[in-house]
Design a protein around this ligand. Structure first.
Ligand code: A3P
Length: 298
């Protein structure tokens, strides 16, 4: 079974295959250079995560923390999604502090931000749930013929055809960067910890951002950013026009993917057979043998 379809034209750069449904609006080389060379401000915050790790969620939490108010942003995080915004002037014209976000690997982050010890919030989610979440998002776009989960794992998620390279490569690069981070400027948050202890994790985020957020506000932010409330807001309040602009929505058969699908830990168990799970565990063990990242599968 093939998972490509003729509607899908891939864009590649530096060995990275970029998502078919969010093609960079400019030449990818030009956009990656613009990101690398962008002018940064001391209080910029970059949320950096592999796709489907909870970027929308943490972006909303960070926006509220930075604003000091538990108020939803009208925009979705795609408004400040570095690799896909229509024009970098969106970022240049924005008031500080800017909650930027990206899925690009560490080596491509804005040079000035990294050199000056600018704050980076890195999210990690267990790769089995990431794989499942991405599988549904790809199917949701309507751009592909239906494909089964095994085919998708073999031909996409575990291969170099995976958007933004494989989860393994992406996470090992951030792990290395964190080890060498002399400023303490990378704060890693595990999706699973955020699910289990949202108050503590949100408190830690506020501390990392050097904000004197009250306990009352932390509790309010956690509540407003719960899965069900965010999902409801996503359909009733959020302005998705920006995302529609960047995704080439005119493609035949394209549908808006569901960004807030289940929001659970362990949905992988509904998709992996015993054999697939064993195959995945073997690959995981081999790929991560020199890594000390503690991944939580349940
Ligand atoms: P699922 O597809 O497993 O539901 P990203 O924002 O990086 O694209 O990640 C999307 C994933 O984060 C989706 O996972 C989505 O449901 C989940 N997510 C978004 N908001 C969440 C929240 N408030 N709580 C838990 N999970 C959330």
């Amino acid at each position: 079974m093939e998972i490509d379809n003729k509607n899908v034209k891939y864009v590649e750069y530096d060995g990275l295959r970029l998502p078919p449904f969010v093609p960079l609006l400019k030449d990818p080389k030009e956009r990656f250079e613009e990101i690398r060379d962008m002018e940064c401000r001391k209080d910029d915050v970059i949320i950096a995560a592999y796709p489907k790790s909870g970027t929308h969620w943490i972006w909303e939490v960070v926006c509220m923390l930075l604003k000091g108010k538990a108020e939803y942003a009208k925009e979705t995080k795609d408004f400040l999604f570095l690799e896909a915004i229509p024009d970098m002037s969106v970022v240049h014209n924005l008031a500080s502090p800017r909650p930027l976000n990206t899925h690009i690997p560490y080596r491509h982050l804005p040079k000035q931000h990294v050199q000056n010890g600018g704050k980076i919030i890195h999210i990690i989610r267990n790769p089995k749930d990431v794989a499942v979440s991405m599988y549904h998002q790809l199917l949701d776009t309507g751009l592909f013929k239906t494909f089964d989960f095994k085919t998708y794992l073999d031909k996409m998620f575990l291969s170099s055809a995976c958007p933004f390279s494989t989860w393994f490569k992406y996470e090992k690069e951030y792990e290395e960067a964190e080890k060498k981070d002399k400023f303490g400027s990378i704060h890693t948050i595990h999706y699973e910890n955020m699910k289990k202890n949202p108050i503590e994790e949100t408190r830690n985020l506020a501390k990392f951002l050097e904000l004197s957020t009250t306990e009352e506000l932390i509790v309010e932010i956690v509540d407003k950013c719960s899965f069900h409330k965010l999902k409801q807001i996503d359909s009733s309040f959020k302005d998705h026009s920006h995302f529609k602009k960047i995704i080439h929505a005119e493609r035949e058969g394209f549908k808006m993917p569901e960004m807030l699908r289940k929001g659970q830990i362990g949905d992988w168990k509904n998709h992996f057979t015993v054999a697939l799970n064993e195959q995945f565990d073997d690959i995981f063990k081999e790929e991560m043998k020199d890594s000390s990242i503690q991944v939580q599968f349940e």
